[in-house]
Design a protein around this ligand. Structure first.
Ligand code: ZN
Length: 222
């Protein structure tokens, strides 16, 4: 069976503003127009996007198409048009917070999708992030704009440089962080998900679950 490929509708600024400050949106929009050298200088000056994040004239279009693809997937899933969808998008998103991108992320695709689901009538939404890194940007947006209706679960390698929480575990009713010791095997990860993630999802009763999936080559050092 071949999968239908769906071209996304780009996310509007109104949709982006649910998760991000206008200044950050304006910055991302502007850097793509500057060319690599001027964009790198602008990024160093702004702190909104790291200087190592390469940009091109297509950057903004790619970023709003990535976020828009998740919104389209949420829409089609909530409406019953499909019961699951996979968004193969770049740039990535889970390190992008309300006011800044980080780790090559510009807009937070998963958080934008979750907030879009609430806008479409979902009562509760869950985001499960199994990237090797903590989803610091997603956590920040969920805490700022989730209104207690977005559950964020992030499992990641213990000691992750993006985890700025002072502790881990159930940090609030809607934030669960689960550091996993380096070199843990599949059984340890499966056990953690069975013991903590699945029960948290049953307790929260989300209308839709977004999986924030960092798919990287392994082994990967950073
Ligand atoms: Zn990451």
């Amino acid at each position: 069976m071949s999968l239908p490929v769906i071209r996304p509708n780009p996310a509007s600024e109104e949709i982006l503003r649910r998760a991000h400050e206008q200044a950050h949106i304006d910055h991302v929009k502007s850097i793509g127009k500057k060319g690599l050298v001027r964009a790198t200088i602008a990024n160093i000056r702004s702190t909104m996007v790291q200087s190592y994040t390469r940009v091109s004239p297509g950057t903004y279009a790619a970023a709003i198409n990535a976020a828009g693809a998740v919104c389209d997937a949420v829409e089609d899933t909530l409406s019953g048009k499909c019961n699951r969808a996979f968004c193969a998008v770049r740039p990535p998103g889970h390190h992008a917070g309300p006011m800044r991108g980080e780790g090559f992320c510009l807009f937070n695709n998963a958080a934008i999708g979750a907030l879009h689901a609430l806008e479409l009538g979902a009562q509760r939404v869950a985001i499960v992030d199994f990237d090797r890194h903590h989803g610091n940007g997603t956590q920040a947006i969920v805490e700022k704009s989730g209104n207690g209706r977005v559950l964020f679960v992030s499992s990641y390698q213990a000691g992750c440089k993006y985890d700025h929480n002072k502790s881990s575990g159930q940090l609030s009713p809607t934030v669960l962080t689960l550091p996993i010791p380096e070199h843990s095997g599949y059984a340890a990860v499966e056990g953690l998900y069975k013991q903590q993630v699945i029960p948290a999802l049953y307790a929260f009763k989300p209308d839709i679950i977004l999986i924030s999936a960092g798919l990287v080559r392994s082994p990967y050092k950073s």
